[in-house]
Design a protein around this ligand. Sequence first.
Ligand SMILES: NC(=O)c1ccc[n+]([C@@H]2O[C@H](COP(=O)([O-])OP(=O)(O)OC[C@H]3O[C@@H](n4cnc5c(N)ncnc54)[C@H](O)[C@@H]3O)[C@@H](O)[C@H]2O)c1
Length: 376
Amino acid sequence: MSHMNTRTHVKTIWAGARKSEKYPLVIGSGLQKELLAVVRREGRERRLAIITDNHVGKIWGQDLLKSLRRSGLPVELIHFPQGEGHKNQKTVTALQHELLKRRFGRDTLIIALGGGVVGDVAGFVAATYLRGVPYVNVPTTLLAMVDSSIGGKVGIDTPYGKNTVGAFWQPRAVVMDLRYLRGMPRRAIVNGLMEAVKTSLTSDGKGFPLALKLDLDQPLRTAGVLLRIIHSSARIKTGVTERDVREENERRLLNFGHTIGHALELLSGYRLPHGYAVGYGMLVESKISELLGVLSPLEFREVRNTLAKFGISTAALRRYPVNKILEATKRDKKTRAGVSHYVLLQSIGSVYKKAGQFAHPVPDAVVRKALVSLVS
Ligand SMILES: NC(=O)c1ccc[n+]([C@@H]2O[C@H](COP(=O)([O-])OP(=O)(O)OC[C@H]3O[C@@H](n4cnc5c(N)ncnc54)[C@H](O)[C@@H]3O)[C@@H](O)[C@H]2O)c1
Protein backbone atom coordinates (compact mmCIF):
# COMPACT_ATOMS: atom_id res chain seq x y z
CA MET A 1 0.00 0.00 0.00
CA SER A 2 1.43 3.44 -0.85
CA HIS A 3 1.95 5.98 1.87
CA MET A 4 -0.86 8.04 0.29
CA ASN A 5 -3.47 5.52 1.30
CA THR A 6 -2.22 4.84 4.77
CA ARG A 7 -4.76 5.76 7.41
CA THR A 8 -3.01 7.42 10.29
CA HIS A 9 -4.20 7.07 13.82
CA VAL A 10 -7.28 9.27 14.35
CA LYS A 11 -7.06 11.76 17.21
CA THR A 12 -9.89 13.79 18.69
CA ILE A 13 -9.61 16.94 20.77
CA TRP A 14 -12.65 18.38 22.53
CA ALA A 15 -12.85 22.17 22.22
CA GLY A 16 -15.30 24.75 23.53
CA ALA A 17 -15.16 27.04 26.55
CA ARG A 18 -18.40 25.82 28.13
CA LYS A 19 -19.57 22.26 28.69
CA SER A 20 -22.71 22.84 26.63
CA GLU A 21 -20.62 24.10 23.71
CA LYS A 22 -18.11 21.25 23.42
CA TYR A 23 -17.27 20.23 19.87
CA PRO A 24 -14.75 17.77 18.46
CA LEU A 25 -11.66 18.46 16.37
CA VAL A 26 -11.04 15.19 14.53
CA ILE A 27 -7.52 14.80 13.09
CA GLY A 28 -6.28 12.00 10.84
CA SER A 29 -5.89 10.86 7.28
CA GLY A 30 -8.71 9.42 5.16
CA LEU A 31 -11.56 10.66 7.37
CA GLN A 32 -14.45 10.18 4.91
CA LYS A 33 -16.32 8.00 7.40
CA GLU A 34 -15.73 10.38 10.30
CA LEU A 35 -16.86 13.38 8.23
CA LEU A 36 -20.01 11.58 7.19
CA ALA A 37 -20.76 10.70 10.82
CA VAL A 38 -20.25 14.34 11.90
CA VAL A 39 -22.47 15.67 9.10
CA ARG A 40 -25.14 13.05 9.83
CA ARG A 41 -25.12 13.99 13.51
CA GLU A 42 -25.05 17.78 13.10
CA GLY A 43 -27.13 17.84 9.94
CA ARG A 44 -29.99 15.68 11.12
CA GLU A 45 -33.22 17.23 9.82
CA ARG A 46 -31.18 20.00 8.20
CA ARG A 47 -30.44 21.20 4.67
CA LEU A 48 -26.73 21.25 3.99
CA ALA A 49 -24.80 23.89 2.08
CA ILE A 50 -21.14 23.25 1.26
CA ILE A 51 -19.40 26.61 0.89
CA THR A 52 -16.01 26.47 -0.81
CA ASP A 53 -13.86 28.42 -3.26
CA ASN A 54 -13.77 27.63 -6.97
CA HIS A 55 -10.35 25.96 -6.75
CA VAL A 56 -11.05 23.63 -3.81
CA GLY A 57 -14.53 23.11 -5.21
CA LYS A 58 -13.03 21.69 -8.38
CA ILE A 59 -10.53 19.39 -6.64
CA TRP A 60 -12.53 18.22 -3.59
CA GLY A 61 -16.01 19.78 -3.67
CA GLN A 62 -17.66 17.44 -6.13
CA ASP A 63 -16.22 14.46 -4.30
CA LEU A 64 -17.79 15.58 -1.00
CA LEU A 65 -21.06 16.58 -2.65
CA LYS A 66 -21.41 13.17 -4.27
CA SER A 67 -20.51 11.24 -1.15
CA LEU A 68 -23.04 13.13 0.99
CA ARG A 69 -25.73 12.76 -1.67
CA ARG A 70 -25.01 9.04 -1.94
CA SER A 71 -25.78 8.86 1.77
CA GLY A 72 -29.16 10.44 1.10
CA LEU A 73 -28.33 13.87 2.56
CA PRO A 74 -29.94 16.99 1.02
CA VAL A 75 -26.83 18.95 0.09
CA GLU A 76 -25.92 21.72 -2.34
CA LEU A 77 -22.60 23.34 -3.19
CA ILE A 78 -21.96 27.07 -3.47
CA HIS A 79 -18.59 28.51 -4.36
CA PHE A 80 -16.88 31.87 -4.58
CA PRO A 81 -13.63 32.92 -6.30
CA GLN A 82 -10.45 31.81 -4.51
CA GLY A 83 -7.97 34.08 -2.78
CA GLU A 84 -7.59 36.66 -0.04
CA GLY A 85 -8.85 39.35 -2.44
CA HIS A 86 -12.31 37.77 -2.21
CA LYS A 87 -12.45 37.62 1.58
CA ASN A 88 -14.72 40.63 1.66
CA GLN A 89 -18.23 41.98 2.14
CA LYS A 90 -19.09 41.50 -1.54
CA THR A 91 -18.47 37.74 -1.31
CA VAL A 92 -20.41 37.46 1.96
CA THR A 93 -23.40 39.30 0.47
CA ALA A 94 -23.30 37.13 -2.66
CA LEU A 95 -23.27 33.95 -0.55
CA GLN A 96 -26.07 35.18 1.75
CA HIS A 97 -28.21 36.12 -1.26
CA GLU A 98 -27.51 32.79 -2.92
CA LEU A 99 -28.66 30.93 0.20
CA LEU A 100 -31.78 33.12 0.41
CA LYS A 101 -32.50 32.59 -3.30
CA ARG A 102 -32.27 28.83 -2.81
CA ARG A 103 -34.61 29.20 0.19
CA PHE A 104 -32.25 27.88 2.83
CA GLY A 105 -33.99 28.34 6.17
CA ARG A 106 -32.98 28.32 9.82
CA ASP A 107 -32.52 24.57 9.47
CA THR A 108 -29.34 25.16 7.43
CA LEU A 109 -26.03 23.49 8.25
CA ILE A 110 -23.08 25.09 6.48
CA ILE A 111 -20.03 22.99 5.67
CA ALA A 112 -16.96 25.17 5.13
CA LEU A 113 -14.62 23.27 2.80
CA GLY A 114 -11.32 25.03 2.14
CA GLY A 115 -8.41 27.02 3.49
CA GLY A 116 -8.43 29.88 5.98
CA VAL A 117 -10.23 32.20 3.58
CA VAL A 118 -13.15 29.80 3.14
CA GLY A 119 -13.32 29.06 6.89
CA ASP A 120 -13.35 32.76 7.76
CA VAL A 121 -15.90 33.68 5.07
CA ALA A 122 -18.24 30.67 5.41
CA GLY A 123 -18.03 30.91 9.22
CA PHE A 124 -19.00 34.59 9.03
CA VAL A 125 -21.89 33.75 6.71
CA ALA A 126 -22.97 31.09 9.24
CA ALA A 127 -22.73 33.62 12.09
CA THR A 128 -24.96 36.11 10.30
CA TYR A 129 -27.33 34.09 8.10
CA LEU A 130 -30.83 34.35 9.55
CA ARG A 131 -29.12 35.56 12.77
CA GLY A 132 -26.86 32.53 12.90
CA VAL A 133 -26.87 28.91 11.73
CA PRO A 134 -24.46 26.10 12.69
CA TYR A 135 -21.42 25.17 10.64
CA VAL A 136 -18.87 22.40 10.37
CA ASN A 137 -15.34 23.34 9.34
CA VAL A 138 -13.37 21.11 6.97
CA PRO A 139 -9.96 22.78 6.59
CA THR A 140 -8.00 21.84 3.49
CA THR A 141 -4.72 23.75 3.97
CA LEU A 142 -2.10 23.18 6.65
CA LEU A 143 -2.55 26.77 7.82
CA ALA A 144 -6.25 26.21 8.32
CA MET A 145 -5.62 22.93 10.17
CA VAL A 146 -3.02 24.21 12.61
CA ASP A 147 -4.54 27.62 13.15
CA SER A 148 -7.48 29.30 11.45
CA SER A 149 -10.09 26.57 11.95
CA ILE A 150 -9.54 26.67 15.72
CA GLY A 151 -10.90 29.29 18.08
CA GLY A 152 -14.05 30.49 16.35
CA LYS A 153 -12.76 33.75 14.88
CA VAL A 154 -14.57 34.36 11.60
CA GLY A 155 -14.63 37.44 9.42
CA ILE A 156 -13.52 39.40 6.42
CA ASP A 157 -11.13 42.10 5.27
CA THR A 158 -12.21 45.65 4.43
CA PRO A 159 -10.35 48.50 2.69
CA TYR A 160 -9.43 49.57 6.24
CA GLY A 161 -7.55 46.41 7.12
CA LYS A 162 -7.49 42.64 7.47
CA ASN A 163 -10.15 40.89 9.56
CA THR A 164 -11.69 44.21 10.53
CA VAL A 165 -15.28 42.93 10.42
CA GLY A 166 -16.22 39.60 11.96
CA ALA A 167 -17.55 37.60 14.85
CA PHE A 168 -16.72 34.85 17.32
CA TRP A 169 -18.75 31.89 16.09
CA GLN A 170 -17.72 28.39 17.14
CA PRO A 171 -18.16 25.48 14.72
CA ARG A 172 -20.08 22.31 15.63
CA ALA A 173 -17.10 20.21 14.58
CA VAL A 174 -13.79 20.50 12.74
CA VAL A 175 -12.63 17.58 10.60
CA MET A 176 -8.96 17.82 9.65
CA ASP A 177 -8.20 15.26 6.98
CA LEU A 178 -4.51 15.11 6.03
CA ARG A 179 -5.37 13.67 2.63
CA TYR A 180 -6.37 17.18 1.46
CA LEU A 181 -2.69 18.13 1.68
CA ARG A 182 -1.70 15.66 -1.05
CA GLY A 183 0.17 17.39 -3.86
CA MET A 184 0.28 20.76 -2.12
CA PRO A 185 3.27 22.87 -3.13
CA ARG A 186 6.12 23.28 -0.64
CA ARG A 187 5.32 26.99 -0.24
CA ALA A 188 1.80 26.21 0.98
CA ILE A 189 3.16 23.70 3.50
CA VAL A 190 5.80 26.14 4.83
CA ASN A 191 3.08 28.81 4.99
CA GLY A 192 1.02 26.67 7.36
CA LEU A 193 4.00 25.37 9.25
CA MET A 194 4.97 28.90 10.31
CA GLU A 195 1.79 29.25 12.38
CA ALA A 196 2.51 25.86 13.98
CA VAL A 197 6.07 26.98 14.73
CA LYS A 198 4.68 30.17 16.29
CA THR A 199 2.32 28.20 18.52
CA SER A 200 5.13 25.94 19.62
CA LEU A 201 7.63 28.77 20.20
CA THR A 202 5.20 30.62 22.46
CA SER A 203 3.68 27.70 24.30
CA ASP A 204 5.79 24.58 24.77
CA GLY A 205 8.72 24.48 22.38
CA LYS A 206 8.24 20.80 21.56
CA GLY A 207 6.86 21.25 18.04
CA PHE A 208 9.79 23.48 17.14
CA PRO A 209 12.37 20.72 16.46
CA LEU A 210 9.54 18.49 15.16
CA ALA A 211 8.91 20.90 12.28
CA LEU A 212 12.41 20.12 10.97
CA LYS A 213 11.47 16.45 10.53
CA LEU A 214 8.63 17.17 8.12
CA ASP A 215 9.10 16.34 4.44
CA LEU A 216 8.12 19.74 3.02
CA ASP A 217 7.79 18.47 -0.55
CA GLN A 218 5.71 15.40 0.22
CA PRO A 219 4.39 15.91 3.74
CA LEU A 220 2.30 12.73 3.62
CA ARG A 221 5.53 10.73 3.45
CA THR A 222 6.01 11.92 7.02
CA ALA A 223 2.32 11.63 7.92
CA GLY A 224 3.11 10.71 11.55
CA VAL A 225 5.13 13.92 12.02
CA LEU A 226 2.41 15.93 10.28
CA LEU A 227 -0.24 14.47 12.55
CA ARG A 228 1.80 15.28 15.66
CA ILE A 229 2.40 18.87 14.50
CA ILE A 230 -1.29 19.45 13.77
CA HIS A 231 -2.41 17.73 16.98
CA SER A 232 0.03 19.66 19.13
CA SER A 233 -0.90 23.03 17.58
CA ALA A 234 -4.61 22.29 17.80
CA ARG A 235 -4.32 21.20 21.43
CA ILE A 236 -2.37 24.30 22.44
CA LYS A 237 -4.55 26.72 20.51
CA THR A 238 -7.71 25.10 21.83
CA GLY A 239 -6.48 25.52 25.41
CA VAL A 240 -5.47 29.15 24.94
CA THR A 241 -8.67 30.15 23.16
CA GLU A 242 -10.85 28.37 25.71
CA ARG A 243 -9.25 30.31 28.52
CA ASP A 244 -9.64 33.60 26.63
CA VAL A 245 -12.35 33.29 23.97
CA ARG A 246 -12.56 36.99 23.08
CA GLU A 247 -8.82 37.75 23.01
CA GLU A 248 -8.81 39.93 26.07
CA ASN A 249 -5.53 38.62 27.43
CA GLU A 250 -3.81 35.20 27.05
CA ARG A 251 -5.00 34.70 23.47
CA ARG A 252 -2.83 37.68 22.54
CA LEU A 253 0.26 35.48 22.89
CA LEU A 254 -0.77 33.89 19.60
CA ASN A 255 0.02 37.27 18.06
CA PHE A 256 3.76 36.64 18.35
CA GLY A 257 5.27 37.60 15.00
CA HIS A 258 2.04 39.30 13.98
CA THR A 259 2.78 43.00 14.65
CA ILE A 260 5.57 42.93 12.07
CA GLY A 261 3.79 40.17 10.09
CA HIS A 262 0.64 42.25 9.54
CA ALA A 263 2.77 45.27 8.60
CA LEU A 264 4.56 43.22 5.90
CA GLU A 265 1.27 41.84 4.58
CA LEU A 266 -0.08 45.36 4.29
CA LEU A 267 3.07 46.61 2.52
CA SER A 268 2.98 43.69 0.08
CA GLY A 269 -0.62 44.50 -0.83
CA TYR A 270 -1.53 41.14 0.75
CA ARG A 271 0.52 39.25 -1.83
CA LEU A 272 2.85 37.91 0.87
CA PRO A 273 1.10 34.81 2.27
CA HIS A 274 0.06 35.15 5.93
CA GLY A 275 2.27 32.31 7.23
CA TYR A 276 5.40 33.71 5.55
CA ALA A 277 4.59 37.17 6.93
CA VAL A 278 4.38 35.62 10.41
CA GLY A 279 7.69 33.79 9.76
CA TYR A 280 9.49 37.08 8.99
CA GLY A 281 7.59 38.67 11.87
CA MET A 282 8.89 36.01 14.29
CA LEU A 283 12.44 36.64 13.11
CA VAL A 284 12.20 40.40 13.74
CA GLU A 285 10.26 40.09 16.99
CA SER A 286 12.76 37.52 18.33
CA LYS A 287 15.50 40.04 17.56
CA ILE A 288 13.51 42.73 19.40
CA SER A 289 13.20 40.32 22.35
CA GLU A 290 16.95 39.78 22.30
CA LEU A 291 17.71 43.52 22.13
CA LEU A 292 15.47 44.08 25.14
CA GLY A 293 17.37 41.41 27.08
CA VAL A 294 14.31 39.16 27.26
CA LEU A 295 15.63 36.37 24.98
CA SER A 296 19.18 35.04 25.21
CA PRO A 297 21.47 35.56 22.18
CA LEU A 298 21.92 31.78 22.04
CA GLU A 299 18.20 31.10 21.70
CA PHE A 300 17.79 33.97 19.25
CA ARG A 301 20.40 32.29 17.04
CA GLU A 302 18.56 28.99 17.29
CA VAL A 303 15.29 30.63 16.23
CA ARG A 304 17.01 32.44 13.35
CA ASN A 305 18.83 29.33 12.12
CA THR A 306 15.70 27.20 12.28
CA LEU A 307 13.58 29.76 10.42
CA ALA A 308 16.33 30.00 7.78
CA LYS A 309 15.90 26.25 7.09
CA PHE A 310 12.35 27.06 5.96
CA GLY A 311 13.54 29.86 3.70
CA ILE A 312 12.66 32.64 6.16
CA SER A 313 15.72 34.77 5.70
CA THR A 314 16.83 38.30 6.36
CA ALA A 315 17.36 38.82 2.61
CA ALA A 316 13.62 38.92 1.93
CA LEU A 317 13.16 41.61 4.58
CA ARG A 318 15.27 44.01 2.53
CA ARG A 319 12.38 44.43 0.11
CA TYR A 320 10.57 46.51 2.68
CA PRO A 321 11.97 49.91 3.77
CA VAL A 322 12.40 50.11 7.55
CA ASN A 323 10.44 53.39 7.82
CA LYS A 324 7.51 51.92 5.95
CA ILE A 325 7.46 48.84 8.19
CA LEU A 326 7.45 51.05 11.29
CA GLU A 327 4.66 53.18 9.87
CA ALA A 328 2.59 50.12 8.98
CA THR A 329 2.89 48.67 12.53
CA LYS A 330 0.87 51.65 13.78
CA ARG A 331 -2.18 50.20 12.02
CA ASP A 332 -1.99 47.08 14.17
CA LYS A 333 -4.98 46.41 16.45
CA LYS A 334 -2.63 46.17 19.45
CA THR A 335 -1.37 49.76 19.00
CA ARG A 336 -2.21 51.97 21.99
CA ALA A 337 -1.71 55.76 21.98
CA GLY A 338 0.45 55.47 18.85
CA VAL A 339 2.86 52.95 20.43
CA SER A 340 3.08 49.53 18.77
CA HIS A 341 2.77 46.52 21.06
CA TYR A 342 4.66 43.27 20.69
CA VAL A 343 4.51 39.76 22.11
CA LEU A 344 8.09 39.08 23.25
CA LEU A 345 9.75 35.69 23.27
CA GLN A 346 11.41 34.81 26.57
CA SER A 347 12.69 31.39 25.60
CA ILE A 348 11.90 28.70 23.05
CA GLY A 349 8.52 27.69 24.47
CA SER A 350 7.51 30.74 26.51
CA VAL A 351 6.67 34.42 26.17
CA TYR A 352 7.42 37.35 28.44
CA LYS A 353 4.61 38.31 30.80
CA LYS A 354 4.51 41.47 32.88
CA ALA A 355 1.69 42.46 35.21
CA GLY A 356 -0.42 39.74 33.57
CA GLN A 357 0.04 41.28 30.11
CA PHE A 358 1.15 39.37 27.02
CA ALA A 359 1.72 42.31 24.59
CA HIS A 360 4.10 45.11 25.51
CA PRO A 361 4.86 48.60 24.22
CA VAL A 362 8.19 48.73 22.41
CA PRO A 363 9.81 52.05 21.39
CA ASP A 364 10.24 52.60 17.65
CA ALA A 365 13.99 53.02 18.19
CA VAL A 366 14.28 49.37 19.34
CA VAL A 367 12.17 48.05 16.45
CA ARG A 368 14.28 50.10 14.04
CA LYS A 369 17.50 48.75 15.55
CA ALA A 370 16.23 45.18 15.20
CA LEU A 371 15.24 45.69 11.56
CA VAL A 372 18.47 47.47 10.64
CA SER A 373 20.65 44.85 12.32
CA LEU A 374 18.85 42.05 10.47
CA VAL A 375 19.02 43.58 7.01
CA SER A 376 22.55 44.99 7.13
N1 LIG B 1 -9.72 32.82 11.89
C1 LIG B 1 -8.51 32.73 12.35
O1 LIG B 1 -8.28 32.53 13.55
C2 LIG B 1 -7.35 32.82 11.40
C3 LIG B 1 -6.05 32.50 11.82
C4 LIG B 1 -5.00 32.54 10.90
C5 LIG B 1 -5.26 32.89 9.58
N2 LIG B 1 -6.53 33.20 9.20
C6 LIG B 1 -6.84 33.56 7.82
O2 LIG B 1 -6.58 32.45 6.97
C7 LIG B 1 -6.36 32.94 5.65
C8 LIG B 1 -5.21 32.20 5.02
O3 LIG B 1 -5.55 30.84 4.92
P1 LIG B 1 -4.91 29.90 3.80
O4 LIG B 1 -3.45 30.09 3.76
O5 LIG B 1 -5.46 28.55 4.03
O6 LIG B 1 -5.45 30.59 2.47
P2 LIG B 1 -6.58 30.21 1.38
O7 LIG B 1 -7.82 29.76 2.02
O8 LIG B 1 -6.68 31.39 0.48
O9 LIG B 1 -5.92 29.00 0.60
C9 LIG B 1 -4.77 29.24 -0.18
C10 LIG B 1 -4.96 28.69 -1.61
O10 LIG B 1 -4.92 27.27 -1.55
C11 LIG B 1 -6.01 26.73 -2.26
N3 LIG B 1 -6.33 25.45 -1.59
C12 LIG B 1 -6.98 25.27 -0.43
N4 LIG B 1 -7.01 23.98 -0.10
C13 LIG B 1 -6.39 23.31 -1.09
C14 LIG B 1 -6.10 21.92 -1.34
N5 LIG B 1 -6.42 20.97 -0.45
N6 LIG B 1 -5.44 21.59 -2.46
C15 LIG B 1 -5.05 22.55 -3.34
N7 LIG B 1 -5.29 23.87 -3.17
C16 LIG B 1 -5.95 24.24 -2.06
C17 LIG B 1 -7.09 27.77 -2.18
O11 LIG B 1 -8.00 27.66 -3.25
C18 LIG B 1 -6.29 29.07 -2.25
O12 LIG B 1 -6.06 29.42 -3.58
C19 LIG B 1 -6.13 34.44 5.78
O13 LIG B 1 -7.25 35.12 5.32
C20 LIG B 1 -5.95 34.65 7.27
O14 LIG B 1 -6.38 35.94 7.70
C21 LIG B 1 -7.57 33.16 10.09
